[in-house]
Design a protein around this ligand. Sequence first.
Ligand SMILES: [Fe+2]
Length: 353
Amino acid sequence: MTNRPPLAEWRWIESFARQFAINGVTPGMECIVLSESASRPDLVETSVLALESLGAKPFEVVMRTPANPGPVAIRSTGTTLALNQLQGAIGALSSVPFVVDCTVEGMLHAKELGTILSSGTSILMVSYEHPEVYERMVHDPVMAERVHAAHEVMKCSKTMHATSEWGTDVTVQLAGAFTAGSTGVISGPGSIAHWPGGLVLAFPDRDTVNGTIVLAPGDINLTFKHYITEPISLVIENDYVTDIKGTGYQAELMRSYLSAFDEDAYATSHVGFGMNTGARWDFLEMYDRMDINGTEARAFAGNFLFSTGANENANRFTAGHFDFPLRNHSVWLDEHQVVDTGVLVGVAAGEGA
Ligand SMILES: [Fe+2]
């Protein structure tokens, strides 16, 4: 028997246990912690111990991470390939009421998700972050109310419109969009949530997104995990980025990376805004790139989040995915302004719609 230092720390176990309890984990409940060979061992161990601390009965399903066929590294897809359609794994996951998803990309868009949820299993995706991120991201019950309220407004709206002083002016027709509000808490048996939460978003229908989006200094290219240093303009025609205007190396990197994929990598994936006041835009300087997935950037309050790549709702499937959390934007859902120059307002700030 070998001794190894513990990977989990009590402060992390405490925060995970709180989140699992909010998600309905109770003593005696059978739970699976799902991971893959490339998962963070500290997240897995913290999850198992947190479930045990609640009196639950956790066990693990550990998959093998498949090879990336290349040619470029893939990040931020929200689509783990680790289950590989293996019926034994799907059967196990379908046999318990609660799964903690510690796969690298997560189950959100995985092929196997529908089958597992339809069995009544609920899944909490734990984003691939350094566990200390979760110490700062405590559950905020008021955020859940704001997310639900803002999502209701989005569901009733015909358009989403975003502008910025740097020149963003983009309109999304919301008819036919798939919309969601994330709170970090499942919505009952057979549902999935991701943690940290705090995002209202839409996967628009085809031919619904037109305009210009300007990435300004301090905005984030989350796939590359860097801050933008020079403005980059994305011209969007009928969902597709048709021009990437910028003279610096960051624009060149974007053009180069995108060229490794099919044309659907240039199309709109999702649009939305962050609502988590515990998340910060300035966290990125503090972590090594491999230490985080960066969901904090997707969720920080008052961002306008624009993403390119896969959009099942528009029947587009591709591995290329860019998330751009943008600061200082203003966002409207029809006549309801939800973000004013990077600050949540109206129903998004907890005021009546
Ligand atoms: Fe995304």
